[in-house]
Every structure is written in C-alpha cells, then in structure tokens.
Design a protein around this ligand. Structure first.
Ligand code: ZN
Ligand code: ZN
Length: 257
C-alpha cells in the first residue's frame, strides 16, 4: 500500500494525533501519497452543534498546517488536503462555501446519516427498515452525481437486515452509478480492523458483479492505523475473496464534472 486518502486528526474530537504525527507514521509505513480527510466542518442552522467534526473556524489552520508539512516533507511523501464529508442536500452548498475558504484537493463521501444528522438516522445503527436502504441509496447516488467526490468511503456502512434480493437490487443501483461516474468504492480498513458490520459481504458480491473499482482506505483515527501490515493483508484478502480490482491512484480528483 503506497497511497492512503482516508486520514483523520485530533480536530474531529474522536481521533488522536496531529497532522505531523500522521505524516511521520505514513513515511514510516512506506506510504508515498498521503491524503488528509478529516471530518469536514458542515454548515448547520444556528443552535446545532456537531460533535464529531472540526468547526468552520478551523479550516484555515488545518489547511495551513498541511501545506507546511507538504513542503517540509516533499522529498519523502506527497501530501494532499481533503475532507470526508456527508451529502446533506439542504446544507451541502453552504458547506462547500465554508470549505472554499482555504485550499483543498479533494472530498471523499462518507454518508454517516440518512437525511442529515439533526434528529435523523445514523447509518451504522442497526435497522430492518427496507425504506432506510432505499433512502441511503438515493442519497448516495445524488451525492455522487454532484461531481464533487473523489471516492465513496465505506459504501456499505448502512447496517441493515433485510431481504437479500432487495439488498442486492438496491445496492446494484448504487454500484452501477459509481461505475458510470468512475467513482471508486472503498474497502474500509477500519471496519475490518474493528470487525464492524462493514465491509459487508453482501455489498462486495454486488460490487464484484457490477465490476466496480475498489480503493483501500485506512480510515485512520490514530497514527498507528496507517497501513498496519496485518490490516493491509486482511484488506487485500477481502478484495481477493470477492474478485474486485483494487485501484491505487496517486492523485485525488477534486471536481469530476
Ligand atoms: Zn471518524
Ligand atoms: Zn473516516
């Protein structure tokens, strides 16, 4: 593994380590292309505080720190500025305005809620409501169609028990759209490390059938998570098991269309 674009920092309040800690860990682990994708600030109406992301005021400092490190370590590693962000339709444009206050290279789509996070459903919370699957797939497709995302993080984060044929039918729509837009799907290494409900076998059977490209993402919340050898091994085995092709881009895409 020489490229990782899924890296958090202490700024999101649930990860540890500074940007510098992650750069040093990445160089140590043999990573040549490192993208920071901390949980992006989001525009919300007054009075709502989102506890798992940096605040809009931190954007300039985050970007500035990464730019400094990019220069300092340019002979050992190529560093990119990014964010992991949700597609919440009613707040997305104003969120882009916040992000545009400082330079950045890419966004990855990580859809942690259906609807938005104010009083709505967390995608990792177990559910057997088939409507949740429908809503998740539609929202992710709409998000991908904005052309603003480099790749789709943990596409299978939705923790749903439902009829297998229905799951296959809906996730096929998501996978077909990703393929059409040439958006890679992430094999989430945090999910594998922590034995979460994702990666989900049902999903990767569909992705293999559709012929999607997969990308490995450490989803590091601790510098030690960057390209841990057992975790990389485990992820490659996962791809092999379903026969999905791994792509390892060395440069992210900021705007697709
Ligand atoms: Zn996180
Ligand atoms: Zn993440």
């Amino acid at each position: 593994m020489i490229a990782n674009f899924h890296t958090h920092t202490y700024r999101c309040h649930h990860a540890k380590g500074t940007e510098r800690d992650y750069v040093l860990a990445a160089i140590n682990a043999g990573i040549k292309y490192l993208g920071f994708s901390d949980h992006s600030p989001y525009y919300f109406p007054d009075g709502y505080y989102s506890h798992f992301r940096m605040s809009p005021e931190e954007v300039a400092e985050y970007a500035g720190e990464i730019i400094k490190l990019r220069e300092e370590f340019k002979d050992s590693i190529k560093i990119y500025i990014g964010y992991e962000t949700e597609y919440y339709p009613e707040f997305f444009d104003k969120t882009l305005d916040i992000l545009n206050q400082a330079p950045y290279d890419y966004l990855i789509l990580g859809q942690h809620f259906i609807g938005n996070e104010i009083g709505e459903q967390h995608t990792a919370k177990p559910t057997d409501d088939a409507g949740a699957l429908d809503a998740y797939v539609n929202q992710v497709i709409e998000g991908m169609r904005t052309g603003r995302f480099f790749y789709l993080a943990h596409p299978d984060v939705l923790n749903i028990s439902c009829d297998g044929d229905y799951y296959e039918e809906k996730m096929t729509l998501l996978c077909q759209e990703a393929k059409k837009l040439d958006i890679p799907l992430e094999i989430n290494m945090l999910g594998l490390r922590e034995h979460r409900s994702y990666p989900d076998e049902r999903f990767w059977k569909v992705a293999a059938n559709v012929g999607n490209k997969a990308i490995l993402g450490c989803d590091a919340h601790d510098p030690q998570h960057i390209a841990q050898p057992e975790n990389v091994e485990q992820s490659l085995r996962w791809a092999d098991r379903f026969g999905v092709e791994i792509t390892e881009p060395t440069e992210p895409i900021k705007i697709r269309f």
